[in-house]
Design a protein around this ligand. Structure first.
Ligand SMILES: Cc1cc2nc3c(=O)[nH]c(=O)nc-3n(C[C@H](O)[C@H](O)[C@H](O)COP(=O)(O)OP(=O)(O)OC[C@H]3O[C@@H](n4cnc5c(N)ncnc54)[C@H](O)[C@@H]3O)c2cc1C
Length: 316
């Protein structure tokens, strides 16, 4: 099957939903495609969101519910599937072809908004597959489950430090492992964490291999700079290496034309226009990591909606 649309948004997180509601209020028909749960990363937020305008101290799940209801009320069609591959074709009225995972179906569209967010940066080392939960395990929901455990945390940004602080009252021991000699996260959090009696910081150290012994203990092979490898035995592991912009697989013609920053995020103009005519981007996929937030993603979605509407109206 093949359908043609004027506008397709890929990604139903804060940016995609913000854009979709923006387009709906401007009277622009469109399709929203989401492969998982509407709300995206918000489902990984354990605690309260304190910095969303108009929704002080709100639970992330409540915000997702509110957004879902608003999409329903606006009558936005939502297709629950994954865009496996995006390609370009010669037809200017339906330039982008979105190949859907599994079904072999293709959606064609003149305007494509990528709101595909960010996903945890991977280590890419042997044994990583033994601990898939290490990337997403929440430390704010039920931190008691870490009671009495030795927990290793890899990473030195805010999420790593926050995870460590959440575990301070529960874990028996925490080992913080960073490649760098300095911690990137908030200085106040870093100081509180590394000064705790049961926390050991291993700077300039790389985790190079993960194994598990018969009783479930994790065996982490560490490579400290300038010293021989050693094995650290821990009960749990948190991998907090930051989030990388997530762009779906692209055909060669699109991939080579889309400008990116060094960190992989897409470069955009003021209304989310990318370097490719008809392709817009909003939210984490288009934002360098220190500046990512729900409010930013939503606002970028709204800006892209306005820019897309102006583009379509130009032709009338
Ligand atoms: C643990 C955690 C805590 C955070 N805490 C806060 C906080 O307190 N305050 C704050 O402001 N921000 C916080 N953030 C950041 C904030 O959640 C994000 O910046 C924001 O939600 C990004 O929205 P987005 O729409 O750009 O991306 P995402 O939420 O990542 O949404 C992208 C969506 O695209 C979908 N998608 C991707 N590829 C495809 C595809 N090929 N086909 C179909 N669908 C696809 C994904 O399934 C996802 O739903 C936190 C993030 C995390 C992970």
């Amino acid at each position: 099957m093949s359908e043609t649309h004027h506008v397709v948004i890929v990604g139903g997180g804060a940016a995609g939903i913000g854009a979709s509601l923006g387009l709906a209020s401007l009277g622009i028909p469109h399709l929203l495609v989401e492969r998982g749960e509407l709300g995206g990363q918000l489902h990984a937020v354990g605690g309260l969101l304190r910095d969303v305008p108009g929704a002080e101290d709100v639970e992330a799940e409540r915000l997702c519910d509110l957004w879902r209801r608003r999409l329903d009320a606006a009558g936005v069609p939502v297709l629950r599937t994954e865009v496996a591959y995006v390609d370009v074709q010669p037809d200017a009225e339906a330039r982008y072809a979105l190949h859907l995972a599994g079904s072999g179906e293709v959606l064609r569209t003149r305007i494509l908004l990528l709101a595909t967010g960010a996903s945890p940066r991977r280590l890419g080392i042997p044994g990583e597959e033994l601990v898939p939960e290490a990337y997403t395990l929440s430390t704010s929901r039920n931190p008691e489950r870490f009671a009495g455990l030795h927990v290793a945390i890899v990473g030195g940004g805010d999420r790593a430090l926050e995870g460590g602080l959440n575990l301070l009252p529960h874990a028996r021991q925490i080992t913080l492992i960073t490649r760098s000699r300095r911690l990137r996260g908030r200085p106040a959090w870093a100081e509180r964490l590394v000064s705790a009696r049961h926390v050991t910081w291993r700077p300039e150290t790389r985790l190079v291999r993960i194994a598990r012994d018969a009783d479930g203990t994790l065996l982490l092979t560490l490579a400290p700079e300038g010293a021989p490898e050693e094995v650290l035995r821990v009960d749990a592991l948190l991998l907090r290496l930051g989030m990388a912009a997530h762009v779906p697989p692209l055909g060669e013609a699109i991939a080579s034309a889309l400008e990116r920053r060094e960190d992989g995020s897409l470069r955009t103009g003021e209304g989310g226009e990318t370097s490719l005519v008809g392709v817009y981007a909003a939210g984490d996929v288009a934002t360098p990591s220190p500046f990512r937030s729900v409010a930013n993603a939503w606002a970028q979605g709204l800006r892209a909606a306005k820019a897309i509407a102006l583009k379509l109206w130009e032709r009338r």
